[in-house]
Design a protein. Structure first.
Length: 217
C-alpha cells in the first residue's frame, strides 16, 4: 500500500474538486442542517481526542486543524473542553460551511480562516498541536508535482507548529514507514495510534494510519 506510484494523481488532489464539494455541502447544510462527511468516521476523531486527554494536553493549548473541511473535528474538540481552536482550509466554501456549523453549535470562539497550508500567512504560527485528517492525503494526490507539494507541506508544518509541539496525522494513502520518512526533516516520530480498516478515494481495504510526531528544531 501507499506511495505516489500506487495512489496516482486524482481529482481529490485539486482545489476545484474541494471547492465544488463544499459548495454542494454548504447548500445541503443550509437546506437540511446536515454537516456532511466525517472523513475516516467518528472513531478517527475520538482516537485523537483520547490521545490528547491521555497526554494531559491542557484544554487551553492552541490547536490547528489543517484542512478542516466542515470543521466537525473542531466541534468535537470544543465539546471535549478545548478552548483555543483554529481551523484552516484553502476552500472559502469549506470555511463558510464550518463557520455556519459553529454558529449552529453555539461555538463562536472557534477561529476559522481561509489559508493554503502550502503558503501559510505569517500570523499562522506557534501552535502547540497541529492535526491533519485527510489533508496530506489530498495534497499527495495533486496532479501537479505532488512530491514538491509534500515537501512544501513539511516545511509549512515546521513553521506553524512550535518547537516541542505535537502533530497528529491520519492518513490512508501512506504507511507508518512512508510517513515517518516524509516527516523525518524536523519531526520526531512518537507513536502510532491503533486504527481499523477503511476506504478513501474509492479504494477499499487500505488501513488507516494515525501517527503522532513532535516538532524538533
Ligand atoms: C479529505 S478532506 C478532510 C477534511 C477534514 N479534515 C475532515 O477530516 O473531515 C481534505 C481537506 O483538505 C483541504 N485541503 C486540501 N489541500 C489544502 C491546502 N493546500 N491547504 C488547506 N486545505 C487544504 C480540502 O479543502 C479538504 O477540506
Amino acid at each position: 500500500m501507499g506511495g505516489e506510484e500506487e495512489f496516482g494523481p486524482s481529482a481529490l488532489g485539486t482545489k476545484e474538486h474541494w471547492d465544488a464539494a463544499y459548495e454542494r455541502e454548504l447548500k445541503i447544510f443550509k437546506e437540511s442542517g446536515d454537516a456532511g462527511e466525517i472523513w475516516f468516521g467518528e472513531e478517527s476523531m475520538n482516537r485523537l481526542i483520547r490521545w490528547l486527554e491521555k497526554q494531559k494536553i491542557p484544554l487551553g493549548c492552541s490547536v490547528l486543524d489543517i484542512g478542516t473541511g466542515n470543521g466537525v473535528l473542531l466541534v468535537e474538540l470544543a465539546k471535549s473542553g478545548y478552548t483555543n481552536l483554529t481551523g484552516i482550509d484553502y476552500c472559502p466554501s469549506a470555511v463558510q460551511l464550518s463557520k455556519s456549523i459553529m454558529e449552529k453549535e453555539g461555538l463562536p470562539h472557534v477561529k476559522l480562516q481561509v489559508e493554503d497550508i502550502l503558503n501559510p500567512s505569517d500570523e499562522l504560527s506557534g501552535f502547540q498541536v497541529c492535526i491533519d485528517k485527510g489533508t496530506f492525503d489530498a495534497i499527495s494526490l495533486n496532479p501537479d508535482n505532488a512530491a514538491e507539494k509534500r515537501k512544501q507541506y513539511v516545511k509549512s508544518l515546521h513553521k506553524v507548529l512550535r518547537p516541542g509541539g505535537f502533530f497528529l496525522i491520519t492518513s490512508c494513502n501512506w504507511t507508518r514507514e512512508e510517513l515517518s520518512n516524509e516527516f523525518k526533516e524536523g519531526f520526531l516520530f512518537l507513536e502510532e495510534l491503533p486504527t481499523p480498516t477503511f476506504c478513501f478515494g474509492g479504494r477499499t481495504g487500505s488501513s488507516v494510519t494515525a501517527l503522532v510526531f513532535q516538532h524538533r528544531t
